[in-house]
Design a protein around this ligand. Structure first.
Ligand SMILES: Cc1cc2nc3c(=O)[nH]c(=O)nc-3n(C[C@H](O)[C@H](O)[C@H](O)COP(=O)(O)OP(=O)(O)OC[C@H]3O[C@@H](n4cnc5c(N)ncnc54)[C@H](O)[C@@H]3O)c2cc1C
Length: 372
């Protein structure tokens, strides 16, 4: 069996590892260059993402990820202003109930991505923008790329994120709705924020402050083990700079609307939005790494009717969007698709039967309101 995956993101790379470990021939085509582009700093990974990584990745890769997560995040705090000082005024369990996040740990996104890319040099082709596909009479699928390249396989997987070109070709009626909501997200070295008292106040828990009309979400990532030490111990093949260029930090986010973003740079807009907040929060935003400040667009995909099963399928943000836990869903999809294709590879399921079973599970997980 041969599988083409479009997109070397969280879902596509998790799938690639799982397929390769199952002895399935896989090629991943990624539009970006190997250096990539900033996609945010940290991810809250819950049991869905962690169990997918454990199921698909080689043990050394899993050990590297586990060694470099932050501490356990079991509650979400509310912060208020008490005479210019921040105070915790509420603590809710992170239990996945009633829209609350599930318990989990923070991972540094660029480090996770570098771990996922480790040992896949012969699988991932960078600078390859997928443009279209064709189902052939013999049941195989041929994919075309912007530079004129083509490749043919038994199955094509669109793991190409929110703007998915595979989805636009395959399910043109499925639409991404722009909710108009945006998030300015950034990160600040922990050493610059220690004096504010904030890291001690919130520990490993995510916290949210609602003060004078501004909402700010914060969390501290303290690596359980130094990434360089963990690399030496678990995954020496990991690109050294991916582990060397990280230190503990405070991650923060400011929910805004499209209209309120304005023309200022993201860093400047973040400083304007927090100008009336207590000094600790102003320091966090003021001392942020400028090149790590990004804008997150929030979209949604209305649940589509089930479509006929073909040797083309989709996973992750390419088919369902979940603000705050989409990465977990993408990795979970990858695991379920890998398990289904492995059954087909071993002759225990037909290929289309395997894809259909995966798609049923993916739709259940990706489109239920209780999925958080
Ligand atoms: C700032 C921010 C914070 C977030 N925080 C969290 C969090 O805490 N927890 C969580 O679970 N989720 C979080 N998410 C969501 C999460 O990042 C996404 O849901 C997740 O990355 C989706 O994974 P994916 O593999 O489906 O797609 P992506 O990771 O987006 O990967 C898609 C890949 O496809 C490539 N591609 C696109 N088009 C083409 C093409 N035509 N040809 C070839 N390649 C192509 C892209 O370059 C990209 O590499 C966050 C997102 C952002 C932006």
């Amino acid at each position: 069996m041969r599988v083409i995956v479009i997109g070397a993101g969280l879902g596509g790379l998790t799938l690639a590892h799982g397929l390769r470990r199952a002895g399935i021939d896989v090629a991943v085509y990624e539009r970006d260059a190997a250096s990539g582009r900033p996609q945010g700093v940290s991810l809250h990974v819950d049991e869905r993402g962690r169990s997918a990584l454990r199921a698909c990745l080689p043990p050394a890769h899993v050990a590297m990820v586990e060694a470099t997560t932050g501490g356990p995040r079991e509650q979400t705090l509310t912060l208020s202003d008490s005479d210019g000082e921040l105070a915790v005024t509420d603590a809710r369990p992170s239990d996945g109930v009633a829209g609350r996040a599930r318990p989990g740990r923070q991972v540094h996104r660029p480090l996770l991505k570098a771990v996922l890319l480790t040992d896949l040099d012969d699988v991932v082709r960078f600078g390859a923008e997928f443009t279209r596909f064709e189902q052939r009479a013999d049941g195989t699928v041929r994919a075309w790329f912007a530079d004129g390249r083509t490749d043919t396989a038994d199955i094509l997987v669109g793991a190409d994120g929110i703007g998915s070109a595979v989805r636009r070709r395959y399910l043109p009626d499925v639409r991404v709705v722009d909710t108009g909501r945006r998030m300015i997200m950034g990160a600040t070295p922990l050493r610059a924020a220690v004096g504010t008292g904030l890291p001690g106040l919130i520990g490993h828990s995510p916290a949210s402050a609602h003060i004078r009309g501004t909402t700010m979400v914060l969390a501290v990532l303290r690596f359980t083990e130094s990434p360089l030490t963990a690399r030496r111990r678990w995954l020496p093949a990991l690109r050294r700079t991916a582990a060397a260029e990280v230190e503990d930090y405070v991650m923060w986010a400011l929910p805004v609307t499209r209209e309120s973003l304005g023309a200022a740079t993201l860093s400047r807009r973040a400083r304007e939005l927090t100008a009336e907040l207590p000094p600790a929060l102003r320091t966090v935003v003021g001392e942020a790494w400028p090149d790590m400040t990004v804008e997150l667009r929030t979209g949604s995909i209305p649940p589509p009717e089930p479509w006929p099963v073909r040797p083309v399928t989709l996973l992750g943000d390419a088919i369902h969007l979940a603000p705050g836990f989409g990465g977990n869903l993408a990795m979970q999809d990858a695991r379920h698709l890998c398990e289904a294709l492995t059954e087909a590879h071993r002759g225990r399921l037909g290929l289309l039967e395997a894809i259909g079973a995966y798609e049923d599970t993916m739709r259940r997980n990706g489109f239920t309101k209780a999925g958080r």
